[in-house]
Design a protein around this ligand. Structure first.
Ligand code: 4AD
Ligand code: MG
Length: 427
């Protein structure tokens, strides 16, 4: 038998025709003369009606929520049915009869997160995961158009990228290794062969903060390329974001709408983005009554205050060297300022960090020592400056922060199928 995707029926392709569908029972309502089953497959949900005189009646009576089944019937156009079409069922076969399903209407967010392996079947999670897949596709599309090569860096690493405080250590046979916080240093290796490289890979942070924007395992979109400066970097990042947003507005409108997200926000993203220096950001905060001494890092509240003012994506650049990682390139005449830029968006704050990398071996060694790191750990990284060093830039954008912003999700946890946080690692 040929089964039709539910969405194709909702698209009106089978009006008054016989169809066969297969999927799971999403909802069930029983009347004396009619049983209403809302059936879902990966593509959509449709209402099926079973009449008391139909041969499908006895099966429909015993079927439970989340049972798997096949239905054969006739498609009817019906304004009252959600989606505008329904299937009048003539035959129903139960494939797997479900026990009483633990998820019902009034369950708390907390409960739904504990039972994630079943909650992922919800329409809401189905839609989020589809948009997530599309955003990955649009991201790859952009990198590819720009001549970038996708590479595969390691997740087991022997030295920190972003500082020790958020580093996960692990036993690796009889050695101590770490889970990577960023693939940047490995991308830097690969630019000497492939020039423009990117990866989309997991990054890990031993992040104790329980906020709407922190995970301990997240997917990191990272790019790195040579012969480029800060202007090239920010231009690339803003064009990437604009491309992803434009494509999402074109292709994911239905999903956005069903999720209650505003497509006009992504549709209206335009380049160039506003750009302010860290020093200007400190002044803007001051004008709002938030006192930050030059040299202090911004927290979530500071970023949010700045972002609310812009109401759209923007950059803050030229941060104090002291709050940035060892690899950041500094201005030769102002070594206290690093060539580093963050992209910020409303409600979430930072969604990316990028910058120019220190390409002078001696300055880099000095920075490694100043930060109390071991030169030996970074010997291979220093080799990149010994053999044909080149000015280069790169950035990392958190996929989940991007999605949380795009889809107006309440919490980053809902942008990834299996969230990992300080308290969550099951299932
Ligand atoms: O700002 P971060 O730490 O920068 C880097 O890792 C650079 N090495 C990237 C690079 O230049 N290749 O992290 C980059 C981005 C952040 O802006 C944020 O979007 C995301 O990664 N991120 C997190 N997302 C979710 N949960 C966390 N705990 C995150 N930490 C960082
Ligand atoms: Mg950052």
């Amino acid at each position: 038998m040929r089964f039709m995707p539910i969405q194709s029926i909702l698209d009106g392709k089978y009006e008054d025709k016989s169809v066969a569908i297969r999927g799971w029972v999403y909802r069930k309502r029983e009347g004396k003369q009619t049983i209403f089953l809302v059936v879902r497959d990966s593509t959509g949900v449709i209402q099926c009606t079973v009449k008391a005189d139909s041969p499908a009646w006895s099966e429909a009576e015993k079927i439970t929520i989340e049972s798997s089944l096949t239905i054969e019937g006739t498609v009817k156009k019906d304004q009252r049915a959600p989606g505008g079409y329904e299937v009048s069922a003539e035959k129903l076969s139960v494939i797997g009869l479900a026990d009483v399903f633990p998820i019902s209407k009034d369950k708390s967010e907390e409960f739904l997160r504990d039972i994630r392996h079943l909650w992922l079947r919800s329409r809401r999670m189905n839609l989020v995961m589809k948009v997530r897949a599309d955003v990955l596709e649009f991201t790859r599309e952009f990198f590819k158009d720009q001549g970038f090569v996708e590479v595969s860096p390691p997740m087991f690493i022997s030295a920190a990228v972003e500082g020790g405080s958020t580093l996960f250590g692990l036993k690796y046979f009889d050695q101590n290794l770490y889970l990577t916080q960023s693939s940047q240093l490995y991308l830097e290796i690969l630019i000497y062969s492939l020039e423009k490289v990117y990866c989309i890979a997991p990054s890990f942070r031993a992040e104790k903060s329980r906020t709407i924007r922190h995970l301990t395992e997240y997917w990191h979109i990272e790019g790195e390329w040579p012969f480029a400066d800060m202007n090239d970097l920010m231009q690339f990042e803003e064009e990437l974001l604009a491309h992803v947003c434009k494509r999402a507005a074109e292709k994911c409108g239905k999903e956005f709408e069903e999720l209650g997200a505003d497509t006009s926000k992504v549709a209206s993203v335009e380049t160039p983005f506003p750009k302010i220096t860290y020093t200007e950001a400190v002044e803007r905060l001051k004008a709002k009554g938030i006192e930050r001494k030059w040299g202090e890092d911004f927290g979530y509240d500071d970023e949010k205050a700045l972002a609310d003012e812009f109401g759209k994506p923007f950059f803050v650049y030229d941060y104090p060297t002291a709050i940035k990682a060892f690899y950041c390139k500094t201005y030769r005449n102002h070594p206290e300022v690093a060539m580093s830029a963050d992209m910020l968006v409303p409600r979430i704050g930072e969604i990316s960090t990028g910058g120019a990398r220190e390409d002078d071996k001696d300055v880099l060694i000095k920075r490694i020592r100043e930060m109390g790191l071991s030169e030996k750990d970074y010997d291979w990284y220093l080799d990149l400056r010994r053999y044909g060093t080149v000015p280069h830039v790169g950035f990392g954008m958190g996929l989940e922060r991007l999605l949380t912003w795009m889809l107006d999700l309440e919490n980053i946890i809902d942008s990834i199928p299996f969230p990992r946080t300080i308290r969550r690692f099951y299932p």
